[in-house]
Design a protein around this ligand. Structure first.
Ligand code: IMP
Ligand code: MG
Length: 188
């Protein structure tokens, strides 16, 4: 059986492999090694951000060799009234995060504005510390205030899909990460 197709087409756009599964795996070992030494003796809650981080979180936490809790949350954004603008809400957290060492697990930080909002919402739950682990970081596009503490890969400002990340709902199940082909126009 053919294991992988190195080029794929989603919603009429062409993508090519950018980070193969083995390379992601190797980098996860390095990130986990750091977590295992830097977060020792802390009351850790890993907080995976849905939907995009579900695969990264599942793979990363299995390499962590520390006592920890694992939870998932979703950031919902909706339009408020004219005076309030966009309202952000953190949903799905049932745990008490007070005094905990929270490690956010995200799939990608692009402008970083989503992460800024997330950190702001999490602070209200009074954790003792907040750390950020992101698989991908589009550093050139970053304008946010919060920078990741643990980054899998710094990538160029181009659209990627796979390993949890989607393009308009598709592609999350791909085991490699694909990048929009250079000759293709931008996705909107
Ligand atoms: P930010 O607020 O600009 O950092 O955007 C973060 C969100 O945009 C991520 O959580 C993703 O859902 C989405 N995103 C940004 N870049 C990509 C990409 O290249 N592929 C898929 N989703 C992306
Ligand atoms: Mg996301």
């Amino acid at each position: 059986m053919m294991k992988l197709m190195k080029k794929i087409r989603l919603h009429n756009k062409d993508f090519e492999v950018y980070l193969p599964a083995e390379k992601i795996r190797a980098r996860l070992y390095e990130l986990a090694r750091r977590l295992n030494t830097e977060l020792v003796n802390k009351d850790i809650v890993f907080l995976g951000i849905l939907n995009g981080a579900f695969i990264f979180a599942a793979d990363l936490v299995r390499l962590v060799d520390l006592p920890c809790a694992i939870s998932f949350a979703k950031v919902a954004s909706y339009q408020g009234d004219k005076s309030t603008g966009i309202v952000h809400e953190l949903i799905g957290i049932v745990e008490n995060l007070e005094g905990k060492c929270v490690v956010i697990i995200e799939d990608i930080i692009d402008t970083g504005l989503s992460m800024d909002h997330l950190v702001e919402l999490l602070r209200k739950k009074n954790p003792s510390e907040i750390h950020i682990a992101t698989l991908l970081f589009k550093e050139e596009a970053h304008i946010g205030k919060t920078r990741p503490d643990y980054t899998g890969f710094v990538i160029p400002n181009r659209f990627v899909v796979g390993y949890g990340l989607d393009f308009d709902g598709k592609g999350r199940n791909l085991e490699d990460i694909y990048i929009l082909s250079a000759e293709a126009g931008p996705v909107d």
